[in-house]
Design a protein around this ligand. Structure first.
Ligand code: GLU
Length: 547
């Protein structure tokens, strides 16, 4: 009896591996095309770090005329969640990273290299496990979990490296005859890889992001097929990325230390190894300590957070590119009007140790992204957000024509307004343009330099009676405010005021502030001339009178 008999006994139905090698041929792509993937577990939670990986993979495939696919890694069935796949598919869609191939719903995929869900690939893994057994490179292991635990405990006491390897690998030397007999008598088993590696030998590896790294060879007889017949991550990775013809494995750097094992598996299976690019996690500054963004502690770790807050997807993407390549910031400065698709992402310029995530910076990026949108876009997006998350805002936005005027204030020009960084800011930023909201606001008028009742009254009265004309163009409008300032004994120019501070109590800017506060109860608003135009004469006069 030989390895072949053992292999046939264990996987009687498995096909020859040549069947799969032919079924999934080399891809016919141009030189340099990157085939890469996003390979999450369907846990129902999409981490911002996952989205980051997806962005990088999608972009590299685009840049090189390659392929980006979504593979779902559901071999750990304990971690699975209902509708976990749909959540991932939807997130990728929302952010515009739709894969070329891969899962499109819980059970369906598209593309010629599928199935793209590991639990649907059982027979493929078994065929390759059978192939390894036939060559004596894998074997059935009859150790129970308790026995494996016992081994570990002994190693701990003896202060020896833990694991199932060398002399500790009890089933490694079970003869074919004995193995066959134990299987036939119904003993339970799993399949282990028979490692030829040696811990005292080093392998050199070049990672596209991390650079050159040295590791000891792998000598562990790792599990490749578990008791439930499904593969472990390591085995599935080698088979899938080979058969799906992945050129670049872009994944989290928690897998970096598994590279020796993975290279060994590729080698023993007779596969050409892909390139590896291990991405450092997104970090957070937590009271001076740098740590990973945590699903448990940080709401911003969840991709759903950005939708809830109303931070546009484009802003999130733009910000993630900022984190990905430090060259992005300069590129953006030099090319303010280009789309992010035009930015050339470089894997070898990624941070090796983990970039810091900074919400303030993200919101700054978002402000700029929103400032470049048309009033129509801002209207559409804030309405969509409001319909889901803020009924009051939805009501405010009912009158589309008026809302477009409000959003149109200081927009579409060279220096557009930058007061909105997320859709959840919108209500606060526009409420004063709505009479009901303005009336509801019970706060005091926040007058500044000029704050005595008498002067304020005089300014407002004079303005309404003598200077305000809704038909004035902007220059005339401003000249009149200057004149008003002059008439009241304030400096007509800020410069004048600065040169002779003793001569004046205030200047034209302070007069404007009085008008602004009276009209809006705010000290900071977009262009006041435009605000007055949108409010229209009756409302301007009424508000100034009230103030
Ligand atoms: N399913 C693995 C994870 O969730 C994927 C790693 C990889 O991309 O190979 O981390």
């Amino acid at each position: 009896m030989d390895y072949k008999d053992l292999a046939n006994l264990i996987f009687p139905e498995a096909k020859e591996i040549s069947y799969y090698e032919e079924k999934y041929p080399e891809r016919n792509l141009a030189e340099g095309a990157i085939v890469t993937r996003f390979a999450p577990s369907p846990t129902g939670f999409v981490h911002i770090g996952g989205l980051y990986q997806g962005l990088i993979a999608r972009k590299l495939a685009n840049q090189t005329g390659g392929v980006f696919f979504l593979r779902v890694e559901d071999t750990d069935q304990k971690r699975e969640v209902e509708n976990g796949i749909v959540g991932i598919v939807e997130s990728l869609k929302e952010f515009g990273f739709e894969p070329d191939e891969g899962m499109i719903s819980e059970n369906e995929g598209k593309g010629n290299y599928g199935p793209y869900k590991q639990s649907q690939r059982k027979e493929i893994y078994q065929a390759y496990a059978k192939y390894l057994i036939e060559q004596g490179k894998a074997y059935p292991c009859f150790c129970t979990p308790e026995e494996v635990e016992e081994i570990r405990a002994k190693q701990e006491v003896a202060k020896i490296r833990p694991g199932y390897y060398g002399v500790w690998a009890k089933c490694r030397n079970v003869t074919v005859e004995e193995a066959i007999q134990r299987i036939q008598s119904g003993e339970k088993y799993i399949i282990r890889f028979k490692s030829q590696g040696r811990e005292d030998r080093k392998i050199k590896h070049h990672d596209v992001i991390k650079g050159n790294v040295d590791f000891p060879e792998n000598d562990q007889d790792i599990v490749i097929i578990k008791a439930d017949g499904l593969p472990t991550y390591h085995f599935a990775h080698a088979i899938d990325d080979h058969l799906m013809r992945t050129t670049h494995v872009i994944r989290g750097d928690e897998w970096l230390s598994s590279v020796p094992l993975h290279l060994q598996l590729f080698h023993e299976l007779g596969f050409k190894a892909p390139k590896y690019a291990h991405i450092a996690p997104i970090m957070k500054n937590d009271e001076g300590n740098k740590r990973k963004l945590s699903k448990r502690k940080d709401p911003e770790a969840a991709v759903s957070y950005y939708a809830e807050e109303g931070i546009p997807e484009l802003a999130v993407k733009e910000y993630l590119l900022n984190i990905a390549n430090s060259t992005f910031e300069n590129w953006r400065r030099a090319n303010p009007d280009k789309t992010i698709d035009e930015f050339e992402l470089q894997l070898n310029k990624m941070s090796v140790s983990g970039a810091l995530f900074d919400m303030v910076k993200l919101l700054d990026v978002s402000k700029i992204v929103i400032s470049k949108m048309t009033a129509e876009e801002v209207y559409k997006k804030s309405l969509e957000w409001a319909q889901k998350y803020d009924k009051d805002l939805e009501t405010l936005l009912q009158d589309k024509e008026y809302a477009l005027k409000v959003f149109g204030i200081e927009r579409g020009n060279k220096k557009p307004r930058k007061d909105i960084s997320k859709w959840s800011d919108v209500k606060e930023n526009i409420s004063y343009m709505y009479d009901e909201e303005f009336e509801k606001d019970g706060s005091e008028y926040p007058y500044q330099v000029i704050n005595d009742k008498e002067s304020i009254e005089k300014i407002l009265k004079l303005y309404i009676e003598k200077y305000y004309d809704e038909n004035d163009d902007k220059q005339t409008w401003f000249d009149k405010i200057k004149e008003l300032a002059g008439e009241m004994g304030y400096a007509k120019e800020v410069k004048e005021f600065k040169e002779n501070p003793g001569m004046y109590k205030a200047h034209v800017g302070d007069v404007s502030t009085v008008l602004r506060v009276a009209l809006t109860k705010r000290t900071n608003t977009p262009d006041m001339y435009e605000i007055m135009q949108v409010l229209g004469k009756d409302r301007v006069v009424r508000r100034l009178g009230q103030a």
